[in-house]
Design a binder for this molecule. Structure first.
Ligand SMILES: Nc1nc2c(ncn2[C@@H]2O[C@H](COP(=O)(O)OP(=O)(O)OP(=O)(O)O)[C@@H](O)[C@H]2O)c(=O)[nH]1
Ligand SMILES: [Ca+2]
Length: 882
């Protein structure tokens, strides 16, 4: 401690120096002067600095090997002359004797007075494995000398003294022992790994002094050597923000007992804007140190007292927190993640937790006596529906709806921590919110919290959870949200399902079940079309036979009937007419899939029947049969069975996907392919980049897509348009015929103009290209008013060949429509629209489009990195995976 002080003071008076080194000095009043804080003007020149040395942190052999590999200078530990600890010391020496080139005598010669900041910094850096582990002999030894808790006498001291004492280590302890002084200043235990388990960690951190932030240097400069290397990674100090290159980082930061702080910043409060990066060091540091070392440093960084959030910066339900409240909040089994200075609301009954004026962001432990009562407008909801006296947000209404809860009549609900809900004033639990799968889907899609399934117990579990939480944090930071929207029939659900298949995201049991029913129901409708065709074929055949009969008078009419290759037996005849009848009456929906079991044997019989097979062979003549029918009819017998399990392909081809409120959500990552490798160096360090694809039905977005505001945190909007819509019409509510392409254009304008999405990137997917290829040859594009000026040269001047003419018409049609949308987008936003040509039923095509989306997001990231500061906190975080 004192050495640090001395090093800060550029001109320590000789008197002080004398006092310090005079071991036999009993004058305590002089001793205090060392703890005085330097309050003079900021020093502009480099000051030699000494890192405090902690006896407990004296290096072990294992770590020394690492350092010697790096060929760093090594310093020997400080000799502790007290008789109380001979064992400790010899152990240390033994450890040290393993180090190449460091002799015992050499070690013994070094004393505290060696004030080379470099070597001290490095030596301290060796601490790792011993420094924070709370149970080593070294610790016990230290604690024998010291009261681990600040004694009463300490309380009369100035805050800064206290803090200094806290952050000094056994080194200073030793100094006082050597002098046989009565310990007036006593020391607390070093922080443990567990940030939440120890109350003392948070002991009055509001008193931790701020250290002035160093002036920003030109980008790329190392704050120590002043050398510029714009593109090499740097590590920054979480207090002052100074950045250091790999050569200087250890010299500047020493052993990092409180994490990444330059030595003069040790003991100072961290820069709150860097709180998010606590525990996440740069890739550079990870390259320089071993995993264990990094873990130790990062763990101290997260858990040491001075780095804790000051309670007075946190306000819950309009109450500025006391230290006790903050401790309660952070030490509960499920504490708020990423707690930063700010104003929050807390619903003590359910555990919902959010930022003031915003929807809930987390479910934390309930019933904590933290903050005042919640206010009705805490989350700024405008739905007239209350949960535990708080007016909820629209997103939460969707969540309730997904759980099957009706919100008509502005009900007031009472929701408890386990998700049980009841109407206010009624003593009757109506159900549990979290039991429905759909609720989870909606919650993920709308960024609403959902309780984690692991129930957390106390004790060591908390530590595990803290780690998990940190991992989760990491995941959330890396999560890119993609919103997929489009008009009905544009193919959004096909693309959504395709992505599931492409990126190995299994369909849930719920989804499988309802897609299965849908496929089975559709199968009967396809069979009905075949049977209708069959009736015609049978009839035609009869006519034909009769005609032939007329030519050959010898054969009788009865024989003609028998010979009719399209004749069914009685049972099939009955089945056929029954199925046709219910299809005509539109009852198919009501009968299947319930009747599947009963009719499955008939389907089998049908398929074995020659007459039916004859019909089936001619199915191409049946215009009514949708394209996709072939795919399913080939396996009709299998599909009609009760135990049919749809394959992924089946689910893709099935028309539609289940969802609640039109919201479906999935998480995926792009698989690493060897080809990608060379193109994506960034990703190599960054395997955790994951994506969330959210599909939402525009019909559930309300008037003018009002509820898009719920998707404020998406990173990319993918708008889907079917290329075949240009000659299609649908009836609007007033019975007016509207061209579907124009309807798509209008919806596109509404979404692009929506204030929530004003800054978002847009990727336009022009889908169903396979169908366009067929259609455009038959139906000209200018069927749509918007495409009047599409005049492909080829059709008008077939003999005047240009290079253009070799391009297929569909390709040019696509290009033309893409340009139309691009211009529209630029007119609306002044920005660039990205466009992708897709055939939704082809995996590769969807894969390409989504990878394009990924590129857009990556470009955006990189642009930010380059334009702001070359290694901003975020950019460093991005490369971190701790
Ligand atoms: N030929 C072809 N058909 C496609 C393509 N994309 C989608 N389809 C079909 O078009 C129909 C409508 O697609 P959906 O994915 O259901 O479109 P959607 O209306 O956005 O989604 P839902 O609202 O859930 O119905 C389905 O029958 C799909 O199989 C494509 O690229 N080519
Ligand atoms: Ca549809």
């Amino acid at each position: 401690m004192t050495s640090l002080l001395r090093s800060i003071l550029p001109n320590s008076s000789p008197k002080e120096e004398d006092n310090y080194y005079d071991d036999d000095d009993d004058d305590h009043s002089v001793e205090y002067s060392f703890a005085m804080e330097y309050t003079g003007p900021l020093v502009s020149h480099d000051i030699p600095q000494v890192a405090p040395v902690d006896v407990r942190r004296i290096p072990t052999a294992a770590m020394a090997v690492m350092v010697s590999n790096l060929s760093l200078p090594v310093i020997q530990p400080i000799v502790k002359k007290t008789d109380n600890s001979p064992l400790v010391y010899s152990t240390k020496l033994e450890n040290f004797s393993h180090i190449e080139g460091v002799s015992k005598s050499n070690l013994e010669n070094r004393t505290l007075s060696s004030s080379s900041s470099d070597t001290l910094g490095f030596s301290d850096n060796l601490n790792d494995s011993n420094c924070v582990s709370g149970s080593s002999d070294l610790d016990k030894d230290c604690n024998n000398h010291l009261n681990p808790i600040i004694s009463d006498s300490t309380k009369s001291m100035s805050r800064s003294q206290e803090l200094y004492s806290e952050h000094s280590s056994c080194e200073s302890v030793e100094a006082s022992n050597q002098g046989n002084r009565t310990s007036v200043v006593t020391f607390r235990d070093l922080p443990s790994n567990n940030s939440y388990s120890e109350e003392t960690d948070l002991d009055e951190p509001e008193t931790v002094p701020h250290r002035p932030v160093v002036p920003e240097l030109k980008s790329g400069l190392c704050y120590r050597c002043n050398k510029r290397n714009r593109f090499s990674e740097k590590e920054f100090c979480i207090v002052c923000g100074a950045k250091y290159c790999s050569k200087c980082v250890f010299r500047a930061m020493g052993s990092m007992p409180e994490g990444r702080k330059c030595i003069p910043c040790i003991g100072y409060r961290i820069d709150e804007s860097k709180r998010g990066s606590l525990g996440k060091c740069s890739g550079m540091l990870r390259r320089l140190l071993t995993n264990d070392a990094i873990k130790q440093i990062m763990s101290s960084e997260i858990s040491c007292g001075v780095n804790q959030l000051p309670p007075n910066l946190v306000c819950v339900n309009n109450k500025v927190l006391s230290i006790e409240e903050l401790v309660l909040l952070q030490s509960c089994s499920n504490p708020p993640k990423k707690l930063r200075p700010g104003r929050y609301w807390y619903d003590k009954v359910s555990g919902f937790w959010g930022k003031e004026g915003e929807k809930p962001m987390q479910i934390i432990s309930a019933d904590l006596p933290v903050g005042y009562q919640i206010l009705q407008d805490a989350s700024n909801g405008n739905t007239n529906v209350l949960i535990n006296n708080r007016e909820i947000t629209k997103a939460e209404i969707w969540m309730l709806q997904a759980a099957g809860i009706h919100c008509e009549g502005n009900p007031h609900f009472w929701v408890t921590a386990d998700g049980s809900y009841q109407l206010e004033g009624m003593n009757y639990v109506m159900g549990k919110l979290w039991e429905k799968k759909r609720v989870k889907i909606v919650c993920t899609a709308l960024s609403l919290p959902f309780p984690s399934d692991t129930s957390i117990s106390v004790g060591e579990e908390v530590a595990k959870e803290t780690n998990k939480v940190n991992l989760k944090k990491q995941e959330q930071r890396m999560m890119n949200k993609i919103l997929l929207v489009g008009c009905d029939q544009s193919g959004t659900s096909t693309i959504y399902k395709q992505a599931k298949i492409l990126y190995d995201v299994p369909f849930s049991e719920d989804e499988k079940q309802s897609i299965k029913y849908m496929i089975q129901k559709n199968l009967y409708s396809y069979i009905a079309i075949l049977l209708e065709g069959h009736e015609h074929f049978e009839q035609d055949y009869l006519v034909e036979m009769r005609r032939r009969c007329a030519d050959e008078p010898s054969s009788s009419g009865d024989k003609i009937e028998e010979k009719n290759m399209y004749s069914f037996n009685r049972r099939l005849k009955e089945f056929s007419s029954w199925l046709l009848q219910i299809t005509m009456s539109g009852d198919l929906e009501a009968i299947f899939p319930a009747a599947t079991q009963v009719y499955s044997p008939l389907v089998e019989e049908l398929w074995k029947d020659k007459a039916f097979q004859a019909t089936y062979k001619r199915r191409n003549e049946l215009n009514m049969l949708p394209r996709v029918a072939n795919y399913f009819l080939d396996r009709a017998v299998e599909i009609s069975r009760m135990d049919y399990e749809p394959s992924e392909m089946d689910m893709l081809y099935a028309e539609g996907v289940t969802s609640s409120n039109g919201v479906a959500s999935m998480e995926f990552t792009f698989p690493k392919s060897s080809q990608d490798g060379y193109m994506e160096p960034l990703d190599q360090n960054d395997p955790s980049t994951s994506y969330q694809l959210i599909r939402v039905h525009t019909s559930s977005l309300g008037e003018k897509c009002k509820w898009l505001e719920m998707f404020e945190d998406v990173d990319l909007v993918v708008y889907c348009v079917s290329l075949t819509e240009y000659d299609e019409y649908h009836e609007d509510i007033n019975g007016k015929q509207t061209n579907k392409m124009l309807a798509s254009k209008r919806l596109f304008e509404t979404i692009v103009n929506h204030p929530t999405l004003s800054e978002k990137h847009f990727l336009l997917i022009l889908n169903k290209f396979d169908l366009l290829e067929e259609k455009i040859e038959r139906v000209p594009l200018n069927q749509c008013d918007w495409f009047q000026d599409f005049t492909p040269v080829i059709s008008h001047h077939p003999h005047n060949a240009t290079s253009n003419n070799n391009t297929p018409l569909a390709q040019r049609g696509f290009h033309y429509m893409a340009v139309k949308f691009k211009r529209l987008f630029t007119t609306l936003t002044g920005r660039k629209l990205f466009v992708s040509k897709v055939t939704g039923l082809e995996g590769d095509s969807v894969d390409l489009a989504l990878k394009y989306g990924k590129e857009i997001l990556k470009w955006d990231d990189e642009r930010h990195v380059v334009s702001t500061n070359e290694f901003s906190t975020e950019s460093i975080e991005r490369t971190t995976s701790m």
